[in-house]
Design a protein around this ligand. Structure first.
Ligand code: ADP
Ligand code: MG
Length: 551
């Protein structure tokens, strides 16, 4: 039989080294990761079998088994799901650095507890097997194929792949336990771990093979249970599983829509910011089910891109089971579900933003996800007003976050615009000479530091009929605004008008083509000069951003 020896991709090797040597506590999470993979594999087979029933016909009851061999000191996690062929094995368990691996390595903190929790979050779950095993054997056969495969590794840089005779459909992951890890051979220990982390999995997780096998979990879809039957702990574990997340959910939304169309949603907003939030694809990861059957993850059209921070499950009663991903894109029923979700999520966020009790927590939410919601202000006209209400800003007035409503409510007498300044970070913005005149008159300025600000601000134009106006633009009309504390009648200490005109002419001559114009201005109090953009020209910060991207 041919067996090939291959090297792990360098980052995978590093990761394995960390998993095997540095992470001592919370080892039990390896089982959650392997069960989660087994359950995903069954979900994928169930979906594929919708159009190709022959794939699962010989063994249609999908399940996960934990099998212990005390003499050999092995624990096997077996599933009869989709399985892997040789190519899948090499890609998934070896050579291709999954996108999460690098990010995981960068985020390691040295605190074992935190680091273990990062493992699943970054999709490096399979390798956690090496926390308790010094050798791992994977035997697998892909649904619809006849050849089985065997993968084996001691986690030290290399693995082997070869043919396996008589492999059943699906995957068996066998852990040769390390000395001292015999607890994972005990039924009561395994059962406790399954109940703790995997109870929500909708497939049966059995202990043992054959007729005496015992079901360890509830094996019913958590989202179909009524709210009163689900504990906060269960919601949290489900969130971890479905969202590949390890923080607490900040917001848990569990509701059923009944009426013309019926669907159940269990959606979560994370407490912390996921590392791939600004991936250019702007894809969400919410899972779509139809009558408890997993259909697909991240269906375009199920959520608008600006709600991509949501995690969880949507389960429709009405969509056809055999719907393809392509058909989903333009399905009117899906569009209705989407609009129901958007309405519900925005109104829930609005409640959080205004409730005295949750106001502060909302600011944390905004710091994490505000930049994403702002995309909606730009591309979802229908909900623009709702989104504008959810916005919070740092301003020149202090440390707190301010809503547009609050800003407009405290505009100065004679102030007609909402003033803004854009840049890369708050600290350098606060040092900007363009703010001097505004400070002197006590006029508050919104500090905009998100790239997306360059798009939504011009798209919206105004809030409550007050136009947004950049302080770096030509006509910032500070003159009309009454000074905050300076006495009105104090004459401005400007040089004689004649001298100033000469100076401006000289400067224009010296700078030539470099500038469009040189003007006198009200905006400065301490600095002698500053750069501004003309009213009709591109904002300076946007110009810099575009230059960075070579546009
Ligand atoms: P993730 O589950 O986040 O993708 P893992 O490290 O847990 O990351 O698994 C890596 C990949 O290996 C999976 O995406 C899947 O393609 C494959 N895999 C792991 N376990 C199984 C299994 N039991 N059956 C089929 N494929 C599996
Ligand atoms: Mg996994």
């Amino acid at each position: 039989m041919t067996e090939e020896r291959l090297s792990f991709q360098a980052e995978v090797s590093r990761l394995l080294d960390i998993v095997a040597h540095s992470l001592y506590s919370e080892k039990e999470v390896f089982l959650r990761e392997l069960v989660s993979n087994a359950s995903d594999a069954c979900d994928r087979l169930r979906y594929a079998a919708l159009t190709q029933p022959e794939l699962s016909a010989d063994d249609p009851a999908l399940k996960v088994r934990l099998i212990v061999d005390k003499d050999a000191r092995t624990l096997t996690v077996a599933d009869n799901g989709i399985g892997m062929n040789r190519e899948d094995l090499v890609e998934n368990l070896g050579t291709i650095a999954r996108s999460g691996t690098g990010a995981f390595l960068r985020q390691l903190s040295g605190d074992a507890k935190k680091d273990v929790s990062l493992i699943g979050q970054f999709g490096v779950g399979f390798y956690s097997a090496f926390m308790v095993a010094d050798r791992v054997t994977v035997t697998t056969r892909k649904a619809g194929e006849s050849q089985g495969w065997r993968w084996e590794s001691d986690g030290k840089g290399e693995f082997t792949v070869g043919e396996a005779a008589d492999a059943a459909r699906g995957t068996r992951v066998t852990l040769h336990l390390r000395d001292g890890d015999d607890e994972y051979l005990e039924e009561h220990r395994l059962s406790a771990i399954v109940r703790k982390y995997s109870d929500h999995i909708a497939l049966p997780i059995l202990f043992g093979e054959g007729d005496e096998a015992k079901t360890l979990n509830s094996a019913s879809a958590l989202w179909m249970r009524s709210k009163s039957e689900v504990t906060a702990e269960q919601y949290k574990e489900f969130y971890h599983h479905v969202g590949h997340a390890f923080d607490d959910p900040w917001l848990t939304l569990h509701w059923r829509a009944e009426g013309a169309i019926e669907y159940t949603n269990l959606l979560f907003v994370p407490t912390s910011k996921p590392f791939d939030l600004f991936d250019p694809k702007r894809a969400h990861r919410v899972k779509l089910y139809v009558r408890r059957v997993f259909i697909t993850e991240g269906a375009e059209g199920l959520l608008p891109p600006y709600l991509r921070f949501l995690k969880g499950v949507v389960d429709s009663e009405d969509l056809p089971l055999n719907i393809s991903r392509e058909m989903l894109q333009h399905n009117p029923m899906l569009a209705k579900i989407r609009s129901g979700i958007v309405r519900r999520v925005l109104s829930e966020l609005n409640r959080k933003a205004n409730d005295a009790e949750s106001k502060e927590a909302y600011e944390g939410f905004w710091e994490n996800f505000g930049a994403v919601l702002k995309e909606g202000v730009y591309d979802d006209y229908e909900h623009r007003d709702d989104l504008l209400k959810l916005m919070r800003f740092r301003t020149t007035a202090g440390d707190g976050l301010v809503s547009l409503e609050e800003y407009v409510g405290r505009m100065k007498e004679g102030q007609e615009a909402i003033f803004t300044i854009s840049g890369d970070d708050i600290d350098s913005l606060l040092k900007s000479p363009q703010l001097e005149g505004f400070r002197a008159k006590g006029v508050e300025v919104l500090l905009l530091t998100d790239a997306v600000d360059e798009f939504w601000v011009p798209a919206v134009g105004a809030y409550k009929e007050k136009p947004f106006k950049s302080v770096t633009r030509g006509g910032a009309e500070l003159g009309k605004i009454k000074a905050a504390d300076k006495p009105e009648d104090k004459p401005e200490e400007t040089p004689a008008e004649g001298g100033l005109t000469d100076l401006l002419a000289l400067l224009k001559l010296a700078l030539g083509e470099e500038v469009k114009d040189v003007r006198k201005s009200e905006r400065l109090t301490d600095s002698a000069v500053c750069l501004v953009a003309d009213d009709n020209d591109m904002d300076m910060h946007l110009e810099r951003l575009l230059k960075q991207h070579k546009q």
